[in-house]
Design a protein around this ligand. Sequence first.
Ligand SMILES: [Fe+2]
Length: 127
Amino acid sequence: MAELDRALEGLICYSEVYADLAGVQCAQETARWLAGRLADHFLKEETGVFAALSQLGSEHDVFARKMQREHREISLRVESFRKAAESFVEAIDLQQSIGDLQDAGKSLSSFMAAHMGAEEQRYTRLR
Ligand SMILES: [Fe+2]
């Protein structure tokens, strides 16, 4: 996620004819990787860790359900990010496309970081 954040920050549109687009390829690769692997990771987490958490009591069950809802939200944000990254090749308005890609990437990155932080905090409490 930190690498993605740096790549998104590096996307700068200087004018309509020149832009530093080094981060676009990184964003596209990240989007494809996430779109291809996240669903399987979520399924394993939900049927394994979350199912076990739910057995530990109502507080943990509420947390597991919240994390599961967040998985759906992350999936939606990944799809928005993937679309922004893939449509970049056909972009007419470069500045708008850079803005859309940065917004989608940062929205995904911050939401995922908060989600993973909440899970890690919970798992640490249970160790
Ligand atoms: Fe998760």
